[in-house]
Design a protein around this ligand. Structure first.
Ligand code: HAX
Length: 438
């Protein structure tokens, strides 16, 4: 059987030719215009980047290589006796564009186990950090420290042809992905569990091991971790973490530099950190209101949040205009595994009332929940009560999507990113020129 690397290499050559043909024959074709509002407004919806691994529709939500989340839950291989898809399967799909077989997934599990040991210098680096440093800062530093072993950097130093760039990028990405659950587990146990470390279990898959290494024994938590790591993996290319990885990687910075930078973007409260903010907001709400609130109490609490000039965390999205299907998948998991959980009850009540309130408030373009509105309540239920840690799980997952794309970016020889910026003087000059009679 061809290895994953060989399968990727076979896909790469025709894809390169396809892209070169498009550029040669249609390079001048316009894919969009940019307005002044978009230039000031975070480049919202500007089509200026190619991202192969997933695409986001505002109404339908994410498709990974053409597959919706319900399709992936059905079609991707599962752990023995399990019902949720294995993350190794989504990585295979993101990288190759094909659905994996059970054997394809087993190959990735074995490959990542083989590469998973953490070097002593990394552990020393992590041990030197204050235990109360935010887990995302520790995670980003851990990834960055591993840069010392970048194969891409070593091969580049020796002198390598551009057509070979994908190969060491693939090796770095695989080494990094293999180590991320152990890095995350190490940080969690050191910061919150008296540094009582739990070694990886080589009989477990990547997601199962993530669950095992934080120390939660419940088998359902392993299933949750697998689902969680699948659905957070990719969300097309324009979101902050994906775009950051793409941008930094475009300078031929290796996978370690690129992913560490991506994690710093994910750590922002408007992006991945929203998952911890949601739980913090709900816990404060339950503390202030003495448990599960009444509907009227909740409505007032949401208005108080908005009137204080704050966002309702977990609601709204830069692209989506309906309930995020990643929210729906997690809600289905909760209905099956923890229907009577108090925090789930609050999450469900917020879903009932917040969209109407946000619509009346009249600011947000999307009053519906995103992925982060739900994830914390599931983690908390299984005993992961330290919500500052939640974004690290997101980061472990997001690495699969952004690194699969980074391998593709090197395979396609995409150039350094360099969009054009303009000054307000320039904008005003254009406005003046446009107002002149022709
Ligand atoms: N609560 C209150 N106000 C909100 C809001 C919310 N949940 N969502 C948007 N708004 C406000 C914006 O702050 C903005 O206000 P101003 O005009 O005063 O600046 C206005 O509505 C218009 O914003 P928008 O165009 O609808 O949204 P953006 O594309 O600018 O921002 C965000 C999208 C996700 C950042 C935004 O909806 C938000 O802040 N949500 C809460 C934080 C959150 O859940 N983030 C996670 C998003 C998903 C993700 O990336 N996960 O990792």
């Amino acid at each position: 059987m061809a290895s994953l690397k060989e399968k990727f290499a076979a896909k790469m050559v025709p894809m390169r030719e396809r892209v070169q043909k498009i550029l040669k024959e249609h390079g001048e074709m316009k894919v969009g215009d940019v307005s002044v509002a978009q230039a000031y407004g975070g480049m919202r919806s500007v089509k200026c980047m190619v991202w192969e691994t997933s695409a986001l529709d505002p109404i339908e939500g994410i498709r990974f290589r053409g597959f919706t989340i319900p399709e992936l839950r059905e079609k991707l291989p599962k752990a023995p006796g399990g019902a949720e898809p294995l993350p190794e399967g989504i990585f295979y799909l993101l990288l190759t564009g094909d659905l994996p077989t059970n054997d394809d997934v087993k190959e990735i599990t074995a490959e990542w186990q083989k590469r998973s040991a953490l070097p002593a210098y990394l552990l020393d680096t992590l041990k030197s950090l204050p235990k109360d440093m935010h887990p995302m800062t520790q995670f980003s530093l851990g990834i960055l420290a591993l840069q010392k072993d970048s194969i891409f950097e070593q091969r580049y130093r020796k002198g390598m042809s551009k057509v070979e760039h994908w190969d060491p990028m693939y090796e770095d990405a695989m080494n990094l992905l293999a180590k991320l659950p152990s890095i995350a587990g190490f940080i969690y146990r050191r910061s919150y569990k008296d540094d009582k470390q739990i070694p990886a279990d080589m009989n477990l898959d990547w997601g199962g091991n993530m669950a095992h290494m934080v120390g939660v024994k419940d088998e359902a938590f392993k299933e949750l971790m697998r689902l969680y790591l699948v659905i957070h993996s990719d969300h097309e290319g324009g979101n902050v973490s994906a775009h950051t990885c793409h941008l930094v990687g475009s300078a031929l910075s290796d996978a370690y530099y690129s992913l560490s930078a991506a994690m710093n973007g994910l750590a922002g409260p408007l992006h991945g950190l929203a998952n911890q903010e949601v739980l913090r907001w709900i816990m404060n709400l339950m503390k202030d209101l003495g448990g599960v609130p009444t509907k009227d109490q909740l409505i007032k609490y949401i208005w108080d949040t908005l009137n204080a000039g704050k966002v309702v965390p977990g609601y709204g999205h830069a692209v989506l205009r309906k309930t995020d299907p990643r929210y729906v998948a997690q809600r289905e998991f909760a209905l099956k595994h923890l229907p009577n959980d108090d925090i789930f009850k609050v999450v469900s009540m917020v879903y009932e009332v917040a969209p109407d309130i946000l619509t009346q408030h009249g600011k947000t373009k999307n009053p519906w929940p995103n992925v982060d509105a739900h994830s914390g309540c599931l983690l908390y239920h299984y005993g992961l009560t330290e919500y500052d840690f939640y974004t690290v799980f997101f980061g472990v997952s997001r690495a699969m999507g952004v690194l699969a794309q980074l391998i593709w970016s090197r395979a396609l020889g995409l150039p350094i990113e360099r969009p054009k910026s303009v000054t307000t003087d320039w904008v005003e000059a254009q406005i003046k020129a446009a107002a002149q009679p022709k």
